[in-house]
Design a protein around this ligand. Structure first.
Ligand SMILES: [Zn+2]
Length: 426
């Protein structure tokens, strides 16, 4: 808004401090005071400290420019008056600016700050000294608007934030509902769908009132969970599951054994089920058998009996409180001994090999007496490192065993002698 050469300047004042009486002193007549039709003053353009106004109802009302420059009010009018004072149009418009808050705010700093402060509080900017740098007043379509100069400025308005930013909070009822339908994941030992290969599935299902798994039972992809897991054991567990879900891998490598160890650890303490394919091809509540998953902590005991003309070797698993003869032992999925709804993971490959050897030989080894020495030297003696062999006959010992046993025999000889002595003295 270039300053008109025909402008009249009122020095040492501004709109904020200008009084109507002062305005009167700078106009040829006081007619404007009676007008008071401020609503008829319209804006052609308006910005901070400068505006172009006219009156819409009065025909031929000129355009009046009003601006504040330093400590002076400068105004020009389109009527072409003598410029020694404000003309009546200027007086009317300036009076209107003084009276109408939506115009005055562009010129009156105090009024503007008071108004902007209310807005600034929404943004936490109430203590900022230069609110004009953050907000601007705008007159558009006859209305005053206050806008932020920085588009990204975020109002800390409670309602707005909770509606748009804060994650939706569930009502108590909804939370309760969520708890009821909460599906607990389960671990399912199964066979691979296309191969005979062992597979582990992570699944989820609802429970009946008595806690039984209920249909439908859906699959959970461990890949999705592994990204969310923080606990190293949990990550290892999911990774191990993923290994078994991959396509068939012919060799039972050390990696597979390692993966099994991680799964059997069951770090999430999941309920474990065995999927019985004989009942249903797909995993259903009916075809799931609840089982325990444990590491085998039993000792293998072999027994050698002389049954002329053979030596018979049989074996059993010795648990803390029970024993399981090899003929009753069930090996499932290559790695597990299944007994009384427990899957015992055989974590030692050599132990597993012995068990499998006996299973594949009708659980009993019959060795002819003529071959027994050789069998003992090549098979039984080395196995003694791994398992307990119970010889209920006298055999020819290896030189090392002989040395060990000579010592033991001496002890037992002394003992029997004492018993004999005792008996004699009675
Ligand atoms: Zn005029």
């Amino acid at each position: 808004m270039a300053e008109s050469p025909k402008a009249y300047t009122l020095v040492h004042t501004n709109i904020e401090s200008l009084s109507v009486f002062e305005l009167l002193n700078h106009t040829p007549n006081g007619n404007f005071i009676d007008q008071r039709d401020f609503q008829d003053i319209s804006v052609i353009s308006l910005e901070l400290d400068a505006g172009v106004f006219t009156k819409i109802t009065a025909i031929g009302f000129p355009e009046v420019v009003v601006s504040q420059v330093g400590s002076a009010i400068v105004s020009s009018c389109g009527c072409g008056h003598a410029h020694v004072m404000f003309c009546e149009h200027q007086a009317e418009i300036i009076y209107g600016i003084l009276e109408r808050k939506d115009y005055r705010i562009f010129f009156d700093k105090t009024l503007r700050y008071k108004t902007l402060l209310a807005q600034a509080k929404r943004y936490g900017l109430e203590n900022e000294p230069h609110l004009d740098s953050y907000f601007q007043v705008i007159h558009r379509e006859g209305k005053l608007r206050i806008e932020t100069r920085i588009k990204e400025l975020l109002p800390m308005d409670d309602q707005l934030l909770t509606k748009n930013l804060i994650p939706g909070r569930l009502s108590v009822l909804e939370k309760l509902k969520e708890k009821v339908v909460l599906k607990k994941p389960i671990l399912v030992i199964a066979r691979h769908r296309y191969y005979q290969q062992l597979n582990f599935l992570l699944m989820e299902a609802d429970r009946t009132k008595v806690g039984k798994v209920k249909n439908p039972i859906t699959n959970i992809d461990p890949v999705k969970l592994v990204w969310k897991a923080d606990d190293p054991e949990e990550i290892k567990f999911y990774t191990a599951l993923m290994r078994f879900q991959q396509t068939y891998d012919e060799d039972h490598t050390a990696a597979e054994l390692e993966a099994l160890k991680r799964i059997v650890k069951n770090p999430l303490d999941l309920e474990v089920y065995y999927h019985d394919r004989a009942i249903s091809e797909t995993v259903t509540a009916k075809s799931l058998l609840p089982i325990e998953l444990e590491v085998l902590k039993a000792e293998i005991r072999l027994r050698v009996l002389k049954k002329e003309p053979f030596y018979e070797v049989t074996g059993e698993l010795q648990f803390n409180d029970a024993s399981l003869p090899f003929q009753d032992m069930v090996i499932r999925h290559n790695y597990f001994v299944y007994h009384h709804q427990v899957f015992y993971f055989v974590d030692h490959p050599d132990t597993l090999r012995v068990m499998k050897f006996f299973k594949s030989n009708n659980e009993t080894l019959l060795v002819h007496a003529s071959k027994y020495d050789e069998f003992f030297q090549t098979v039984l003696a080395p196995l003694e490192e791994l398992l307990h062999v119970d010889y209920s006959y006298i055999h020819v010992a290896t030189p090392i065993q002989l040395a060990e046993r000579t010592f033991r025999w001496n002890l037992s000889y002394i003992y029997s002698k004492k018993v004999v002595t005792y008996r004699l003295h009675r």
